[in-house]
Design a protein around this ligand. Structure first.
Ligand code: TRP
Length: 347
């Protein structure tokens, strides 16, 4: 087979909608935007780790998505490797999944072109991420506009059916379903319609401004990075915005956020105790914060230790091998798609 997987003759091509694998397929993509923060970790990565045992998982570091806004090439290179370190340290075990860098599997971009012909211009215009990222920018690239089509290609090329994502990505997965549906209707059944897997942690808010989602773009004081020194984490947790005491039944956004974080990492027993104190009106926020700090360190310490044990040569090798394994599957789907639309090999 040549590198583009085009030597499959049409007669041998068996088009199958779902993958022939006995387990359902999971795919997720994560942008190489510096080190992971707590919001990414609890919102997506932990979910992705939990899926390793049950599903056939593909996890991509999506560097081609990262270039849709202005970027520094050297930084992108570094961030791509750093993200692999982070993911492996968080428990994305490369023995249990295919971990790779998107640009190393060129079939994604080729399928993306094909899918762009069945993606609706109007649908793309309605994407809120496009509107948000494009707003107030002097220059908006075409790539930013077609970003969700590449995302659809990332997913459909593995015929993935379960997509662990943060809440902000649900719209893109819906779009992927529409793209798959339109392709299947026009050219024949090829792609399953994927479903987003979103968990509660999708809305981890900034500790410094609990009305806004924890995001790197807000600045360092709004996020807790997984590899941040303990003293910094303590400072950020201590200065988390709360309120001046319970006001009615509803927790204020800051307090609700602290409780959510505790719920996601602590034992149900600890959560229950703190909830009870809150309801009685006896909970000191200093205590709540220290409880959070403790569970946070218990969660992050093993990740930092694992990260320190990894070396760059092995991480690069993991990514190369991952891309090879991903390509085997991607080449097959691409050949099927090409055949269906009438651009199969000229034999
Ligand atoms: N757009 C996603 C984000 O910003 C990243 C992404 C790219 C992705 N391709 C994907 C997520 C495929 C899930 C599946 O978070």
């Amino acid at each position: 087979m040549n590198v583009f997987g085009r030597s499959i003759s049409p007669s041998k091509l068996i088009v199958s909608k779902s993958s022939s694998h006995p387990k359902e397929t999971v795919l997720s993509g994560i942008q190489p935007t510096g080190t992971l923060h707590l919001g990414n970790y609890l919102g997506m990565v932990k979910n992705a780790v939990a899926m390793l045992e049950k599903y056939r998982c593909f996890y991509a570091i999506v560097d081609y998505h990262a270039i849709t806004v202005e970027h520094d090439p050297e930084e992108l290179k570094r961030n791509t490797i750093e993200m692999a370190f982070d993911l492996i340290a968080c428990g994305i075990d490369p023995k249990k999944c295919v971990l790779f860098v998107q640009s190393q599997v060129p079939e994604h971009t080729e399928l993306s072109w094909i899918l762009s012909t069945v993606a609706s211009y109007g649908d793309l215009q309605r994407m809120t991420q496009f509107k948000d990222k494009g707003e107030h920018q002097e220059f908006v690239s075409c790539g930013l506009f077609t970003y969700p089509v590449l995302q659809a290609a990332d997913i459909l090329i593995y015929k993935a059916s379960k997509i662990p994502v943060g809440e902000d990505q649900v719209q893109h997965i819906e779009l992927t379903r529409r793209i798959a549906r339109r392709f299947n209707q026009r050219f024949g059944e090829l792609f399953p319609e994927p479903e987003p897997i979103v968990n509660e942690a999708l809305r981890i808010m900034s500790l410094a401004d609990p009305e806004r989602k924890m995001s790197k773009s807000l600045g360092a004081k709004h996020t807790i990075s997984l590899t941040e020194p303990e003293s910094e984490i303590l400072k950020k947790v201590k200065s988390a915005v709360t309120d001046t005491g319970p006001q009615g039944k509803e927790k204020s956004p800051g307090v609700a956020n602290l409780f959510l974080l505790i719920k996601l990492m602590a034992s149900p027993k600890l959560l229950k105790e703190l909830e009870a104190e809150y309801t009685n009106g006896t909970l000191q926020y200093a205590k709540l914060k220290m409880a959070l700090f403790e569970v946070l360190m218990a969660e992050l310490k093993p990740i930092c230790e694992r990260r320190a044990q990894l070396d760059e040569t092995s991480v690069r090798k993991i990514l190369r091998e991952g891309a090879e394994r991903a390509r085997e599957v991607a080449q097959k789907t691409l050949a099927e798609a090409r055949e269906l639309i009438g651009v199969g090999p000229l034999v």
